[in-house]
Design a protein around this ligand. Structure first.
Ligand SMILES: Cc1ncc(COP(=O)(O)O)c(C=O)c1O
Length: 295
């Protein structure tokens, strides 16, 4: 269950100042359908659900959620019924027009569409108890897939050979992936997170997972207006990065991280000679939805 492809660190062959070297870990190539951090986060959740004898997975997400798409695919591949609690009851009549939800539906996921107000209760004990009654025999995975076992899976991203990197960069949504990286990092490495959302609410969540470790930081400068927001500049950057490196970034997360890294290199914010590793956390299915890559 959850067999992974070998992932390489590819060097970005740009002429960087100050002897900076940049590599990208191709976690996007980890699995054909469950790519990047979704694979890492779902691996032990599915193992635990199966091990404990559950037959269904219930999880949460919005209409463009990579996590919903990945959970549905994993359910199909590993033989578990999946149920998606989806934000927005207006989607009930037209979800087949949304590529993420259509794909999840085709992968066998059943949906329950709830209002945005109702959705805010997704972590409340009472709401979860009600879900357990509605869907007996189900294992519940939180929104974005982040919980203790997901972090455990993300602890498998960094390998011994990655000890040679000074800085490790990752896009941040809930902070689960970054937490896994922090937990396996050495204290002389800096783990740098780039939230794709606006606001400074993630540090507390991350601290809960990583405890005392302090070799990490969030850079809040590259959210481009917030979750799912895209600018012309960012779109052009994605196109140019693809042309120069052959690597496609996703439109929600990794593009903002990579833009941030390049900008910080240009502004000479990294120490001279730094060896930087950026994690490509996948998410390429996001291109099916709202925004189409130009050029
Ligand atoms: C492609 C991609 N990268 C990064 C993230 C952020 O991960 P996390 O929620 O663990 O911070 C996500 C969201 O799950 C994602 O889909």
């Amino acid at each position: 269950m959850f067999e992974e492809e070998l992932v390489s660190n590819e060097k970005i062959e740009f002429d960087f100042p100050d002897g900076i070297e940049l590599y990208i870990k191709r976690e996007d190539l980890l699995h054909k359908e469950i790519s990047g951090n979704k694979f890492r986060k779902l691996k032990y959740n599915f193992k635990e659900a199966k091990g404990l004898g559950f037959s269904k997975i219930v999880t949460f997400g919005g209409a463009y959620s990579n996590h919903i798409a990945a959970t549905a695919a994993a359910g199909r591949i590993y033989g578990m019924q999946t149920i998606g609690i989806i934000r927005g009851d207006e989607l009930v009549s037209n979800f087949m027009n949304n590529p993420t939800l259509k794909k999840a539906h085709d992968d066998g996921m059943r949906f329950e569409f709830i209002s945005r107000t109702e959705y805010r209760k997704r972590n409340d004990i009472g709401f979860l108890e009600m879900l357990k009654k509605t869907y007996p025999d189900s294992y519940i995975i939180p929104e974005g897939g982040t919980n203790e076992v997901a972090v455990l899976g993300c602890e498998e991203i960094l390998k011994t050979k990655d000890n040679s990197f000074d800085v490790i960069c990752c896009a941040v949504g809930t902070g689960g992936t970054l937490s896994g990286l922090i937990k396996t990092s050495n204290s002389n490495q800096k783990i740098l997170g780039f939230p794709a959302l606006k606001g400074d609410f993630l540090s507390e969540d991350i601290r809960k997972f990583v405890g005392e470790k302090s070799n990490w930081e969030l850079n809040l400068e590259y959210h481009f207006g917030g979750y799912g927001k895209m600018t012309n500049e960012l779109m052009l950057f994605i196109g140019k990065f693809k042309k120069d490196t052959g690597i496609l970034l996703d439109p929600i997360y990794t593009c903002k991280m990579m833009f941030g890294i390049m900008d910080l290199i240009e502004k000479r914010k990294f120490k001279k000679g730094s060896k930087i590793l950026a994690i490509h956390t996948g998410g390429l299915q996001g291109w099916n939805d709202s925004i189409k890559l130009k050029g």
